[in-house]
Ligand binder design. Structure first.
Ligand SMILES: [Zn+2]
Length: 322
């Protein structure tokens, strides 16, 4: 009898261990983090200050950061479905991607046959302003400063560049897990690049898309929501990329806004952004909400919200670049 009891207990112990180890294996398989094959921008090493936010042409670059453009939103543009390539088989790959993926994020259908497609991610601003000037467009005599500096959270005091960089990393991981090749223009807050230099990274990579990551700020705390800036057709470069940039920008913005559940301020054409005017490849700049708005400031500082933003951007990119 005692022997049997001991046997039963023994079996129970074995079973419970089996359960544990099963759990362990299942959790360990989610550690398949995407290989960090980021082509770290070689040019970023040169300690040239860069900028991000093209807008502040003025020298005391403080007040209106990203706001200028975003304050005059135009009508939202309907995304046009990317024609072509109906052959793309949209295989669902449920690889859990990053270690810090948001738990609630639902796995979206993922296009996996995008290898060879290069997405350049340009996280906005450095941790210092850069008042060096550069031509606003090829052949232009109009000079504009490289970086007026990022915005700051009205209550959290979080710096815009830190949020931009965090979302950029999350977006990079998501895109890599879906098969894209990702090039980051920078990976540290203290890297400051000019806008021409940033644009050249996209040009050299022959990027399918350059996405510039920013958060907005305004004088009025009531301003909120996301917008997408795209190049206006003003020179040879931007005429060639205007339509694609606008279509991509609209689709990506609408996807992100719908997934995150935020106000849609629409797509805005901009003719005075150096980083746009020098680009020979489709380029968009997302403003992910207002750091001058109490509610959005708090949200933008939260990791869960950053996860949602990154996923919305990745899903939007998936729709148009395939
Ligand atoms: Zn910015």
């Amino acid at each position: 009898m005692k022997k049997n009891l001991a046997l039963i207990i023994g079996l129970l112990v074995v079973f419970s261990f089996t359960g544990c180890s099963a759990k362990d294996t299942s959790s360990s398989k989610s550690v398949a983090v995407s290989s960090q094959k980021v082509i770290e921008d070689s040019s970023a090493k040169q300690d040239k200050p860069s900028e991000d936010k093209d807008n502040s042409t003025k020298d005391q670059a403080s007040t209106v950061k990203d706001t200028k453009e975003a304050e005059k939103p135009k009508e939202p543009v309907k995304p046009t479905a990317p024609a072509s390539d109906a052959r793309t088989s949209t295989t669902v790959s449920n690889k859990s991607t990053t270690s810090n993926n948001s738990t609630k994020a639902q796995p979206a259908p993922v296009v996996t046959n995008v290898s060879g497609k290069v997405i350049v991610i340009d996280p906005g601003h450095a941790n210092r302003s850069n008042l060096e000037k550069e031509p606003i467009a090829p052949g232009s005599s109009q000079m504009k400063i490289k970086d007026g500096g990022g915005a700051e959270g009205v209550v959290t005091k979080t710096s815009e560049q830190s949020i931009n960089l965090k979302v950029a990393f999350k977006l990079r991981d998501l895109l890599q897990s879906r098969g894209y090749t990702v090039v980051m223009t920078k990976t540290r807050e203290d890297q400051s690049l000019g806008n021409v230099e940033r644009a050249e990274i996209g040009n050299k990579a022959n990027a399918a898309l350059v996405i510039r990551i920013h958060a907005d700020s305004a004088d009025t705390s009531s301003a909120k929501g996301a917008s997408m800036l795209v190049p206006a057709a003003i020179n040879e470069n931007t005429k060639a990329i205007y339509a694609a940039s606008k279509n991509y920008g609209a689709a990506i913005l609408n996807t992100m806004v719908n997934e995150v559940g935020m106000k849609n301020r629409g797509v805005i054409e901009s003719s005075d952004m150096t980083g746009f005017n020098w680009s020979k490849v489709p380029v968009v700049l997302v403003e992910m909400g207002f750091l001058s708005n109490v509610e959005e400031d708090k949200l933008l500082s939260s990791q869960a919200y950053q996860d949602k933003l990154a996923k919305g951007l990745a899903d939007g990119i998936n729709q148009v670049i395939k």
